[in-house]
Design a protein around this ligand. Structure first.
Ligand code: C2E
Ligand code: CA
Ligand code: CA
Ligand code: CA
Length: 276
């Protein structure tokens, strides 16, 4: 296509307002105000790669700004972690999920996965928060706790004892963003993880070079040899899906199957799913 006139204004500005600005003070005040509509749990489907049927969902945080716009977790979780706000955020998200319990029971799914950051894991109250979530959802689905490989590699000893307690509480543990941290094989093998989430970078790069595909296969082999259940994240294309199926990966999440969405939309969408 011919180049457009460089001096021309942007053809379709997405909005007349500047991009949302979030600083530490605003985040702090939004979280401590604790308005129930400010921190919004979105759900992203996790499906069977073979037939696309719903198996579970991951809870992903969204933040509503005073102007009504919604911020993705990638734009505020790191800041929140620096300010020690993740416990409050997690508590608020869990409260909202639990409030949807009755409507969620219309769905037929096996598990709900939640993310716990290192700071939140250090908080003594977190275990009871997770216990409460498990007991309210117990007839509905299993609770999985996702901990990033990076968190594990930074404090393997500490995660070890927390992981053991979380497992005793009745969760299954997921090692998240696998392949992006620096944990030793030994540390990983000794932790009570049962599920391995292949970081989306390995999925998005699988066709970049033969090496990329070999790397993906090595990660899959590592998980399989340790008897971990595999979940691929960031699956966006049919071609990626086919490779993952042929490599024997059972579960996946990604835009190909559904983006993170409000709980009410998730229920609407998946209670009408012909595959359910
Ligand atoms: P994550 O746990 O690895 O979550 C997956 C991220 O990938 C999400 O970004 C999701 O929206 C995005 N994603 C899903 N499917 C696709 C896809 O097909 N392609 C691409 N390119 N991206 C996809 P999000 O929601 O912005 O979250 C970013 C990170 O923030 C999460 O990464 C997680 O580490 C953290 N996070 C989110 N919610 C929470 C929370 O409640 N507590 C804690 N501690 N961390 C959270
Ligand atoms: Ca996650
Ligand atoms: Ca992940
Ligand atoms: Ca990630």
């Amino acid at each position: 296509a011919p180049e457009q006139d460089e001096a021309a204004p942007d053809p379709a500005p997405r909005s007349s307002t500047p991009p949302p600005q979030l600083d530490a003070a605003l985040l702090q005040s939004l979280v401590t105000k604790g308005d129930k509509d400010t921190l919004v749990p979105y759900l992203q489907p996790i499906v069977s790669l073979a037939d696309g049927s719903l198996r579970g969902a991951e809870v992903l945080a969204r933040l509503r700004l005073p102007d009504g716009s919604m911020l993705d977790a990638s734009n505020f979780i790191a800041l929140a972690e620096n300010q020690d706000l993740l416990y409050s955020i997690t508590e608020s998200l869990f409260r909202t999920v639990v409030a949807h319990r009755t409507r969620l029971s219309a769905l037929n799914f096996d598990f709900l996965a939640v993310n716990l950051s290192a700071g939140c894991l250090r908080d003594q109250r977190t275990i009871s928060l997770v216990r409460a979530l498990i007991s309210t959802l117990n007839t509905l689905c299993e609770v999985q706790v996702e901990i990033t490989e990076t968190a594990v590699s930074r404090s393997p000893q500490q995660i070890q004892s927390l992981a053991a307690r979380l497992k005793l509480a009745g969760t299954r543990l997921v090692i998240d963003d696998f392949g992006t941290g620096y944990s030793s094989m030994r540390a990983l093998a000794e932790l009570p993880f049962e599920i391995l989430k292949i970081d989306l970078s390995f999925v998005s790069e699988m066709f970049d070079s033969p090496k990329s595909l070999q790397l993906l296969r090595a990660i899959i082999g590592f998980g399989r040899n340790l008897d971990l259940q595999l979940v691929a994240e960031g699956v966006e294309t049919e071609a990626q899906r086919e490779v993952l199926v042929s490599e024997g990966v059972p579960l996946a999440q990604g835009y190909l199957f559904g983006e993170p969405m409000p709980i009410s939309r998730f229920i609407q969408r998946f209670s009408n799913d012909p595959l359910q």
